[in-house]
Design a protein around this ligand. Structure first.
Ligand code: 5GP
Ligand code: MN
Length: 336
């Protein structure tokens, strides 16, 4: 039995919005991951199956490794197709914001969405959601936004519109955000949702392989180099740090998504409970943090890197140099 965890009034509000909408845009956070891609494309497919004109507009390109989710090559990355993205947002009379909590997180696209008068629906599982949404479905204990999308569709009574393609999208988000049902996945109902997705015809093993176990040779070599040469351990702080500079990334032919999951690896070492990955980008430095147990990396990323996320998995940006970012990192270590 999958219980109704979303307030019935909110669901009815959402039903009214969807039923009255002609053009729907669905968006997600920058550098979309499996949950962002799966939830947007899964919901889009369901809405189209119900006869709605729905489009996925993402702030930037998704990693090539996730192209398999976008079966019909329909995602519009705003960073590349600004005119089309702007047109779709301006035409929309309903906008879904999935897998992020603040419009600021979606760069320029956020400003365009703010200009629109279309109602905004949030479906998300990050901490501290913004107040700028007309319908807010935010559950920090949900495994993934994809789980929440399923729950929303179930409470709306629209699960018959979930075909195998939509179900596959939703499964990709569940499997990636839980490390293939390892963490954030103790709710027995999650497995009942997975069972329903299996009944919709998902190829679970194949999806696992595509979403979680497919790397280019360059990416594997880069990860090997990072773990062998660049991983620093600070045992008395129970901390691990990996820093990759632009030069190192370029040497290994880095492509977006190539270091996905790397920050989790040092947590496999007994005694390590705080792992940080600092990646130099062209215009900023991306910081990713993971923790085990009580250490709240959401608070750390919010305070020091203007970011956020979840208690045990969060990220942010640094706008200084790599050395300045390291100074901040060591300041953080001193507080532990
Ligand atoms: P990752 O480290 O894999 O990029 O992200 C881990 C978690 O933190 C994800 O849930 C992601 O959405 C969130 N996150 C990553 N970077 C940022 C950021 O710059 N701002 C906010 N608010 N959340 C972030
Ligand atoms: Mn997510």
């Amino acid at each position: 039995m999958i219980s109704s965890t979303i307030d019935g009034k909110v669901i009815e509000q959402l039903r009214t919005h969807v039923e009255g909408a002609k053009h729907i845009v669905i968006t997600c956070h920058v550098s979309p991951d499996g949950d962002a891609v799966g939830s947007t494309l899964g919901l889009c497919r369901v809405l189209r199956n119900m006869g709605k004109d729905a489009h996925v507009v993402m702030p930037d390109r998704m990693p090539r490794a996730l192209d398999f989710v976008d079966v019909q090559h329909e995602v519009v990355p705003y960073s590349k197709y600004k005119l089309r993205g702007r047109f779709l947002v301006r035409e929309a009379d309903l906008i879904f914001c999935l897998d992020f909590n603040v419009l600021r997180r979606i760069d320029e696209l956020g400003a365009i969405i703010e200009e629109s008068r279309a109602p905004r629906v949030l479906i998300d599982h990050h901490l501290e959601p913004d107040d700028c949404f007309d319908v807010k479905i935010s559950q920090e204990h949900a495994s993934s936004t994809c789980e929440l999308v399923y729950r929303v569709l179930m409470q709306l009574g629209w699960t018959q519109a979930i075909d195998s393609q939509a179900a596959s999208c939703l499964y990709v988000g569940i499997t990636t955000d839980t490390g293939n049902l390892t963490y954030s996945s103790n709710d027995p109902e999650l497995y009942e949702i997975v069972a329903q997705l299996l009944r919709c015809g998902i190829a679970k093993e194949q999806l696992y392989n595509l979403a979680m176990n497919t790397y280019s040779a360059d990416s594997l070599r880069l990860q090997g180099y990072a773990l062998d040469q660049k991983m620093q351990l600070y045992p008395d702080k129970h901390a691990a740090l990996i820093v990759l500079t632009l030069d190192e990334l370029e040497h290994y032919g880095y492509k977006k998504g190539d270091t996905e999951g790397l920050v989790n690896k040092p947590l496999a070492i007994p005694g390590i409970a705080f792992s940080t990955f600092i990646r130099e980008d062209k215009d900023k430095i991306k910081v990713s943090c993971r923790s085990q147990g009580d250490l709240d990396v959401n608070v750390i990323c919010k305070r020091y890197f203007g970011g956020g996320g979840h208690k045990n998995a969060a990220g942010g940006d640094s706008h200084g140099t790599v050395d300045e970012t390291l100074d901040t990192y060591f300041k953080i270590l001193e507080t532990l």
